[in-house]
Write a protein that binds this ligand. Structure first.
Ligand SMILES: Cc1cc2nc3c(=O)[nH]c(=O)nc-3n(C[C@H](O)[C@H](O)[C@H](O)COP(=O)(O)O)c2cc1C
Length: 223
């Protein structure tokens, strides 16, 4: 099967892209409105794209009537938002937060999610989230009825039981993020395994030293 994306209607592109690009991690994004109202919405057009600077990216679409979602309105105004990672425990509440409520509804209250004040930004984070990332808007790329938001992470709050005692690595038995597949299908990262580059391959690697770039080799040599 072949699909010419330059000819396809947007709904078909959406279906195909979200069928195959997955699982996509879910950011439950919390913000605050101009009148102090809290807001929460799940976003699966989301990921981390750099660590220096630490940048997360979220893709927003408009509501069917063309209006902007509350999350986008709020973060445009405040320049701040918090990404709450979602696990199975938070899944039912996350789905409720995805209902297109009017802007005077705080989805965390509606769904019974306890929240705590963020440390560096004016928003609240979900108290039971495995990991909350407080972000400042780095830039917004606008398209018709769409926007891509780049946020710089300024603070991370991790639920203690998710990490080893040194605070270095997650405990994969505890932190099992929920991710979205196609349509209403989700998956939990509960079957993890290690995959390492074979030691013998290290001699083929280029550019591993900051001082002296390694010799260029063709992929033919490596096979
Ligand atoms: C799992 C999940 C992922 C979603 N991902 C996105 C997304 O990436 N971008 C988007 O614009 N809407 C996404 N939505 C829809 C919004 O969450 C929904 O429109 C929400 O009501 C917006 O709330 P707000 O108006 O308070 O911002 C998603 C919904 C669910 C349930």
């Amino acid at each position: 099967m072949e699909f010419d994306f330059t000819q396809l209607p947007a709904a078909d592109r959406y279906r195909l892209l979200t069928n195959f690009v997955g699982p996509r991690p879910i950011a439950l994004v919390t913000t605050r409105s101009a009148n102090g109202q809290g807001n929460a919405a799940p976003m699966s057009f989301f990921n981390v794209f750099a660590h220096e600077p630490p940048i997360v990216i979220i893709g927003f679409s408009a509501r069917p009537d063309g209006s902007e979602k509350d999350t986008l309105v709020n973060l445009r105004r405040s320049g701040e938002f918090c990404v709450n990672m979602v696990d199975l425990e938070l899944s039912e509440a996350m789905i409720l937060c995805g209902v297109n409520f009017a802007s005077d509804v705080d989805e965390t209250e509606f769904s019974g999610l306890a929240t705590s004040p963020c440390r560096q930004i004016d928003a609240r984070f979900v108290t039971r989230t495995p990991c909350a990332m407080e972000c400042r808007v780095e830039r917004i790329i606008d398209y018709p009825r769409r926007a891509i938001v780049l946020g710089e992470v300024v603070e991370m709050t991790v639920r203690d039981d998710c990490m080893d005692a040194q605070g270095r690595y997650v405990d994969p038995g505890v932190y099992q993020p929920l991710a979205r597949l196609h349509a209403d299908n989700y998956i939990v990262a509960d079957r993890q395994f290690e995959l390492k580059k074979p030691e013998a391959m290290t001699r083929h690697e280029v550019g591993q030293s900051a001082a002296t770039p390694g010799p260029a080799r063709s992929t033919k040599d490596i096979r």
